[in-house]
Design a protein around this ligand. Structure first.
Ligand code: G
Ligand code: G
Ligand code: NA
Ligand code: MN
Length: 259
């Protein structure tokens, strides 16, 4: 597809960049960390619309290359932030199913961390349910457990969409559930059906001892609702859009020192 060619080109031309979106503690309004999201820099530093980026991860070989590039860039940013006294918290990196197929994800993480002289445990991992399904399940569970033992948290992304098989929550070592934006955006409608699902997810996560992140928070009303229901963290345009590394210091101070 067009996206695959574009992503391959971007790898060659060094125009892959991580953007960072903060995760905010809904009680204290403090930034606890950021999610790294892949972006492609086009002509004249323009950032290409991200809508089709996920297509690039459908090709296994490309997906692994993109993860490697993101890891290299994220650890380099962490190194620079540390030198500059910037504290963005823990950085979550998205990994794809292909990253687990090779059995060397841990080695790759180690290599990228040490190339920038950083602690492996300064990053967390986000996976979608598509990573968990299929014949690789037991291997994935073992790898996730290894990552957790080394101090990385594992988040289950886009929870509630896709398969959403609840057995995943029992069978896989997951620390965090990310509630998909499609649920959060319905909160304002005051739609009992929408909030019933969110409430149930939060209750279940709580019972399972998992932290929760609500994605796509755009309004105060959504944040207030989620806080009231015990959701731990929030992410969304209400706090910040994903921003390039150079804007992270400004983004952090805008959230922690509101006008
Ligand atoms: O922010 P954005 O619209 O780009 O996100 C689109 C989709 O692409 C999301 O599902 C997001 O999780 C995914 N995505 C963004 N960056 C990465 C990345 O670096 N690796 C992987 N595997 N997925 C990513
Ligand atoms: O699948 P994943 O959840 O990682 O992708 C998140 C996607 O949602 C990214 O494309 C990100 O840029 C986008 N996003 C983040 N916050 C908001 C928000 O508040 N509103 C909307 N509409 N999109 C958001
Ligand atoms: Na994600
Ligand atoms: Mn998500």
């Amino acid at each position: 597809s067009g996206m695959l060619a574009r992503a391959r080109q971007a790898l060659k031309e060094d125009s892959i960049v991580p953007f960072y979106q903060p995760k905010v503690d809904l009680k204290s309004n403090r930034v606890t960390g950021c999610e790294a999201l892949l972006r492609i820099r086009g002509e004249g530093d323009r950032i290409l619309p991200p809508s089709e980026i996920s297509a690039a991860f459908s090709d296994a070989e490309l997906a692994v290359q993109l993860t490697d590039r993101m890891l290299a860039l994220v650890f380099a940013d962490l190194k620079r932030w540390k030198a500059e006294g910037v504290s963005p918290g823990r950085i979550a990196v998205n990994v794809s199913a292909a990253d687990f197929r090779q059995n060397d994800l841990l080695d790759r993480l180690r290599r990228h961390a040490s190339a920038s002289d950083q602690d492996l445990a300064s990053v967390d991992i986000e996976v979608t349910e598509t990573v968990l399904i299929g014949e690789l399940g037991p291997d994935v569970a073992r790898m996730l457990q290894e990552l957790r033992q080394l101090g990385m948290a594992v988040a289950l992304d886009d929870f509630g969409t896709g398969y959403a098989s609840l057995t995943h929550l029992q069978d896989f070592p997951v620390d965090v559930i990310k509630i998909d934006r499609s649920f959060v955006e319905r909160i304002d409608d005051n739609e009992p059906k929408a909030t019933a699902v969110i409430d149930a997810i939060l209750q279940m996560a709580n019972r399972l001892g998992m932290a929760t992140v609500a994605e796509g928070i755009e309004t105060d009303e959504q944040a207030r609702y989620l806080r009231g229901r015990g959701c731990t963290l929030g992410q969304g345009y209400l706090y910040s859009r994903p921003v390039p590394a150079t804007d992270v210091p400004r983004m952090l101070s805008a959230i922690t020192e509101p006008l």
